[in-house]
Write a protein that binds this ligand. Structure first.
Ligand SMILES: N[C@@H](CCC[C@H](N)C(=O)O)C(=O)O
Length: 306
């Protein structure tokens, strides 16, 4: 037994996923559980631990410094999603994780939320509004921005991405949807299927703290019945290739809409190895464009560290 896991003896957890992006979830309302990087690595180890793309700790916002900072402006965000990548690094936001987080709070009896009701959730990328829907949850992910706006405006791309299976470096566009993403458009299905993502793709120039890299393939035709569809695979910063990335699906839809030009729709379906996500762009009450991400959230098991 890994010594890190012994420290967790008696702690209960749940295992869940959103379109195959999987997490170990822990309730720690009082913020008493120390979540070291090495403990996260041990928990996420798929052979020696439980196995997951990340760990999510549910803490009352008032019991965490980052949460307290948020509640000064948004006191309604009672719960904070403390998200960690499988390599132990901290990430600002997780689009799949936030849906699974709310399902976990519901299953644990920590909140009540009827269909159509919305829960404000504190994250390191601000407060996200999570609505319970018949299919799972729909999240107002807030506003987005280009990471290198001058380059994006001048050239439509801002960096080059090198991945093992691609013979030449590909032009890409970097977008923040709360966390950093770099999106590459692929030419055909075999490029997507044969993509080699064991090694981290190289992005030049890189975003300040690195980025998640999405490889997107537009459907042909891109738009059908007013909805644009793309397929995507992702190499996540701090977790490697995953079956899905919610914030990444938003970035891939945004980049493809940008490249498609005027007239591209605001409703997108993003097919990922673990399922399907819906992304919609809309104008929020603040007059700015927001992203709405919808998809399922599934808890598959509850357990106890021994
Ligand atoms: N899988 C998540 C994103 C998790 C964080 C990411 N790896 C990062 O470091 O930014 C999602 O569904 O958005």
């Amino acid at each position: 037994m890994n010594a890190e896991l012994l420290n967790w003896s008696g702690q209960v957890f749940s295992k869940g996923h959103g379109t195959g992006n999987d997490f170990v979830l822990i309730a720690d309302p009082a913020g008493e559980q120390e979540l070291s990087a090495s403990a996260v690595v041990a928990i996420c180890d798929r052979r020696l631990g439980i196995g997951a793309d990340g760990v999510i700790r549910a803490v009352k916002s008032s019991n965490l410094a980052e949460g307290r900072a948020l509640t000064e402006t948004a006191p309604e965000a009672e719960w904070f999603m403390d998200y960690r990548n499988s390599d132990g690094t901290i990430a600002e936001m997780c689009g799949n994780g936030v849906r699974v987080f709310v399902q976990f709070l519901l299953d644990e009896g920590l909140i009540s939320l009827q269909l159509g009701e919305t829960l404000p959730v504190g994250t390191r990328a601000g407060v996200k509004l999570v609505e319970r829907t018949a299919q799972g949850f729909a999240v107002d992910m807030g506003v987005w921005n280009f990471i290198f706006p001058e380059l994006a405006a001048a050239r439509g791309v801002d960096s080059l991405v090198t991945a093992d299976s691609l013979e030449v470096a590909r032009p890409a566009l970097s977008i923040s949807t709360g966390n950093a993403h770099t999106v590459v458009a692929l030419a055909n299905r075999s490029e997507l299927d044969e993509l080699e993502l064991f090694k981290e793709p190289i992005v030049e120039p890189a975003a300040e703290h690195g980025s998640n890299v999405e490889f997107a393939l537009p459907d042909e035709p891109l738009v059908s019945d007013g909805v644009a569809t793309i397929s995507m695979r992702v190499h996540e910063r701090g977790s490697g290739e995953t079956y899905s990335c919610g914030t990444g699906a938003c970035a891939a839809a945004l980049a493809t809409r940008f490249w498609a030009g005027e007239g591209a729709p605001n409703d997108w379906q993003v097919n990922v190895p673990g399922g399907q996500l819906q992304v919609t762009f809309f104008i929020g009450a603040d007059g700015k464009e927001h992203i709405r991400l919808s998809g399922p959230a599934v808890i598959v098991a509850n357990g106890t560290f021994i």
